[in-house]
Design a protein around this ligand. Structure first.
Ligand code: CP3
Length: 343
């Protein structure tokens, strides 16, 4: 049990003393102490060295009054063990050297034993839990099948998802087999993280917002539903689909104890669409942290006023914190959320 359990209480829609807050990408380049370590190691080396994972996971927890930690890793890490060869380039993000576009290539993708191949991650989780010593809960995570598929098929980030959509629309059997393989992997991957000690999990569907509601319903929903149904139910699941306000009805149907929201929809309107059933997480524009303190306060007050202390709100940014944000504004935000929402 965590000493500070307001994050887990909010996930379960229980009353809290004030609104919990954590920030997506809270361990990262906006922190000088992160950049210091990063100057000595590659990103992948950092992810694969438990001592470094412990250090960078805890950096934001030491500096701020955050209500949860998130394990330092990346959504692409498990793909390596399915036979996907990738690297993180300096400026363009991840690059996949062998994109998967045909049935043969999908068939060649392997399943793997998480405990055996990703012991570095599971050991990191155990070590972080020990170091946290119950201070705050630890979140584990995975990419969602669509978001992982889009990297695998496009070979990197994408603007129009042409290869991904071409596969969906012209070779549906290939698409569905790829999704089945990814669902199978993500279920095992997240359940292994839960077994190793994470106290909540988040599924990042960062790029699914490029789809129409009809395509989501046909090509994503059955897979996403099956994924969430098969997760170990002993910890809450946060389902975050970025840029997907138009898909909220289906995202809810797919499942999740908590639904993550970006900033393109007002939080009260989104929660209403969700019928107030799941808890919600969000929804400050990460760029708000470039504003003045007055501006940040205005935006935070607006979100809190719309929520009206309803049970089941976790404050967060609507996407990852940006690398050039002033650290003092992040601190200001975190303290302000606690202060203004104190019950
Ligand atoms: O939230 C946290 O603090 C935990 C760490 C975390 C990272 N990546 C570390 C990271 C998490 C939760 C992720 C998830 C992730 N990775 C997503 C989903 C979240 C989102 O932003 O939508 C995606 C799409 C990725 C893929 C990825 N990893 C990209 C596109 C990039 C390059 C762009 C960028 O932001 O640098 C990465 C690299 C990455 N992942 C970094 C970090 C700290 C930067 C690495 C560095 O130090 O150079």
């Amino acid at each position: 049990m965590a000493r500070n359990d307001r994050f887990l209480k909010a996930c379960r829609k229980e009353p809290v003393d004030c609104t919990p807050i954590w920030m997506m990408r809270q361990a990262g380049r906006y922190l000088p102490e992160y950049r210091e370590i990063r100057s000595k190691y590659s990103f992948i080396e950092m992810c694969k060295t438990p001592e470094l994972v412990v250090e960078v996971t805890l950096q934001p927890i030491r500096r701020f009054e955050l209500d949860a930690a998130i394990i330092f890793a990346d959504i692409l890490l498990p793909l390596e063990h399915m036979g996907i060869d990738f690297e993180f380039t300096k400026d363009d993000g991840p690059q996949i050297k062998n994109p998967v576009r045909t049935m043969k290539e999908v068939e060649r993708m392997r399943s793997f034993d998480v405990e055996e191949k990703m012991d570095y991650l599971l050991n990191s989780i155990k070590l972080v839990r020990k170091e946290l010593d119950g201070k705050v809960p630890l979140i584990g995570f995975s990419g969602a099948p669509f978001t992982l598929a889009s990297y695998i098929i496009e070979g990197g980030g994408s603007r129009n998802y042409i290869h991904t959509k071409t596969m969906m629309y012209t070779k549906p059997e290939t698409w569905h087999l790829l999704m089945e393989k990814l669902v199978d992997m993500v279920v095992k991957y997240l359940n292994a993280q839960i077994k190793a000690g994470v106290q909540a999990i988040q599924i990042f569907d960062s790029w699914v917002g490029c789809l129409s509601p009809s395509d989501y319903e046909e090509f994503i929903l059955p897979h996403q539903k099956k994924l969430i149904e098969n997760l170990d139910k002993s910890v809450p699941c946060i389902h975050f689909a970025f840029g997907a306000s138009h898909l909220l009805k289906y995202v809810k149907e797919a499942g999740g104890d908590v639904i993550g929201l970006d900033w393109r929809i007002n939080i009260d309107e989104a929660w209403k669409i969700l019928n107030y059933e799941p808890a919600v997480q969000g929804n400050l524009d990460p760029a708000a942290l470039y504003g003045s303190k007055d501006y940040i306060k205005k935006r935070v007050s607006d979100i809190l006023n719309r929520v009206e202390n309803r049970n089941g709100h976790i404050f967060n940014l609507g996407h990852g914190i940006l690398p050039t944000v002033p650290v003092e504004n992040a601190k200001y935000l975190i303290d302000l959320v606690h202060e203004l929402s104190s019950r």
